[in-house]
Write a protein that binds this ligand. Structure first.
Ligand SMILES: C[S@@+](CC[C@H](N)C(=O)[O-])C[C@H]1O[C@@H](n2cnc3c(N)ncnc32)[C@H](O)[C@@H]1O
Length: 284
């Protein structure tokens, strides 16, 4: 499993006190009160402020991509500790629901206790991912979700951890569970022209996008001998970080039957972008 940082007790206490004080000052963004404590913030986003920021970005995208603004059925694949569950909250009122699915049992257990509202539902998906659930052996199972039932499917930083075989299989699952006209918001690392252009900028130490604690997002290794799925040199398993070429993205679209509606380039390629990873919107 990718290790998430463990923090000294003092740091946890400061985070807890900060969240308590911050809650008393929140005026106009009521759902961010649900942001978990530091040890339960996942998905490569640890800071409270970064969770709040990312929730805001995706809440905006949800608004733009949902035809009706209430009563939606939202399915979040690889929900982690529920960041997109928080972003979903306004759109599931009046009889809608949010279902989060994840291969990590401990995160599902956390979500069940933390988001204990009947409109939230969490499913432990008992299949293998070498980076997140290497103790589980099943592969390529259908999600326990009925056909044509979801208004929106989301996956934040999940197709960046799936091999080619898994990525193709589960992309078809998105098509299966979406209602006709339903949308999917999925993030990727896409190896396109922007990526190639960014390689020159990365060798420039004055880059304004260089953070000291940043991993190097260079995808030079084939992931399991794939032509279109790549990983980094620092990855222990390919699933630690996976990027897909534009041909791979076209293959996902062709084999799933989903239509590509919009592409928001990610700022990981050192261009301004709404989010770190590339965000693609699809429609059934
Ligand atoms: C980088 S984390 C992102 C978590 C969450 N979406 C977020 O952004 O906070 C990737 C998540 O995908 C989950 N995951 C990996 N493979 C999966 C699969 N095949 N099906 C469902 N979840 C999966 C992992 O357990 C992990 O929680």
């Amino acid at each position: 499993m990718i290790s998430e940082s463990q923090f000294p007790e003092g740091v946890i206490k400061i985070d807890e006190s900060f969240r308590d004080i911050d809650k008393t000052h929140i005026r106009r963004t009521k759902n961010i009160r649900l942001i978990p404590d530091l040890n339960n913030r996942r998905g490569g986003k640890l800071a409270y402020s970064e969770w709040a920021h990312v929730i805001g970005i995706f809440q905006t995208l949800f608004y733009q991509n949902l035809t009706k603004k209430y009563s939606n059925n939202i399915l979040d694949i690889g929900c982690g500790t529920g960041l997109l569950g928080i972003a979903s909250e306004p759109f599931i009122t009046d009889g809608g629901n949010y279902t989060g699915i994840d291969v990590m049992k401990e995160d599902i257990d956390f979500c069940r206790s933390h988001y204990n509202n009947s409109q939230y539902d969490f499913i432990h998906f008992d299949i293998s991912n070498p980076s997140y659930a290497d103790n589980q052996s099943k592969t390529l199972q259908e999600w326990p979700v009925e056909d044509n039932t979801k208004d929106l499917v989301t996956a934040l930083s999940v197709w960046t951890h799936l091999s080619e075989t898994d990525a193709l299989f589960y992309f078809k699952e998105i098509y299966r569970v979406l209602k006709k006209g339903g949308r999917a918001i999925i993030t990727f690392f896409i190896l396109d022209e922007d990526y190639l252009a960014s390689l020159k900028k990365r060798s420039n130490s004055t880059s304004r996008f260089n953070f000291t604690n940043q991993l190097e997002w260079l995808f030079k290794e084939e992931a399991y001998n794939s032509k279109n799925w790549f990983t980094t040199t620092w990855a222990k398993n390919p699933e630690d970080a996976i990027a897909i070429s534009t041909d791979g993205i076209n293959q996902l679209i062709k084999e799933s039957g989903l239509k590509l509606i919009e592409k928001y380039p990610g700022n990981w390629k050192e261009n301004p972008g709404i989010f770190f990873q590339d965000v693609l919107i699809f429609e059934r």
